[in-house]
Ligand binder design. Structure first.
Ligand code: CIR
Length: 285
């Protein structure tokens, strides 16, 4: 996040192939997590269209890329790129099946005249879901998806900003699933074991002072309620967060903390089945 004005967003439509071939299937199988619930594609597309409209309603000029059936996880554009100001780093996702996703995003960014860098080391991996920028420095998950060599590319691309690596492991996928910038100086953090550990690591390494805004751990009896609600989108004084029915306690916490922000509810609910969060379906710059 930066105090600079954000004017654009990129989103990408949902291919049919996401239902059976998302990388979430591999991830859950590899780490002994429950199998992925099948996606209702019509509902997912309706929610995605509403999410896109929310970005437009908040003043962004939104480029909608067409779906690509050969890239099942292509709607998750956040993972393809890290953008700060006029500079973009095209990432190198962990999974081979996701490596082609950045091409279409790259064409849009080139057309807009951004300075483009690329993770081009075959041993490096980096996914945008692991990265958040506070306006002063980066925090990046050192996760199953992002490794130290990938993090080095972030340092090389943005040498004027400190880059801090935050350890993360399964079942958590990306850093922003447990800690995410919510407003200038405020980091929303999930009150889970991984969230608490991430916050400790953030505090140990940060060069600036931040406040944690704790979001609840889901109830064991209703595990989808208040799940990953720290994953919020902040830009230009707007805060996009989960719907009240998805995160009743979280919405109360955001409302109390941010009476002066323009708070807007949005969901990518159906895509949560394949590990999507709110931030992952857009690039905002
Ligand atoms: C994957 O496993 O890569 C996709 N199914 C989900 C990626 C979600 N990305 C994100 O939250 N930044």
């Amino acid at each position: 996040m930066s105090t600079a004005k954000f004017t654009r967003a990129i989103v990408r439509q949902i291919p049919d192939s996401i239902r059976d071939h998302s990388e979430a299937n591999e991830y859950n199988a590899r780490y002994g997590l429950p199998p992925v619930e099948p996606i209702d594609l019509d509902l997912a597309r309706k929610e995605h269209a509403e999410y896109t409209q929310t970005l437009r309603d908040l003043g962004l000029d939104v480029t909608v890329l067409p779906a690509d059936e050969s890239l099942p996880d292509c709607p998750f554009v956040e993972d393809t790129c890290v953008i700060v100001g006029n500079r973009a780093l095209l990432t190198r996702p962990y999974s081979e099946s996701r490596r082609g996703e950045a091409d279409a995003v790259n064409r849009v960014l080139m057309g807009l005249g951004l300075e483009i860098h690329q993770v081009d080391d075959e041993e490096a991996t980096l996914e945008g879901g692991d990265v958040f920028f506070t306006g002063h420095e980066f925090f990046v998950g050192n996760s199953t998806r992002t490794n130290i060599k990938g993090i080095e590319f972030l340092r090389k691309t943005f040498p004027e900003y400190p880059v801090h690596a935050i350890p993360l492991a399964p079942p958590e996928l990306h850093l922003k699933g447990v800690a995410c910038i919510a407003a200038p100086g405020v980091i929303a953090v999930c009150e889970s074991d991984w969230g608490i550990a991430a916050w400790k690591a953030i505090q140990e390494q940060a060069g600036f002072s931040y406040e944690a805004l704790w979001t609840p751990v889901p109830d064991v009896d209703s595990p989808f309620i208040d799940d990953h609600t720290c994953d919020v989108i902040y830009f230009n004084g707007n805060l996009i967060h989960c719907m009240e029915e998805e995160g009743p306690k979280s919405v109360e916490i955001f409302a109390e903390k941010f009476p002066d922000l323009n708070r807007v509810e949005a969901t990518v609910g159906e895509l949560q089945n394949v590990d999507a969060g709110l931030t992952c379906c857009s690039l905002i710059f």
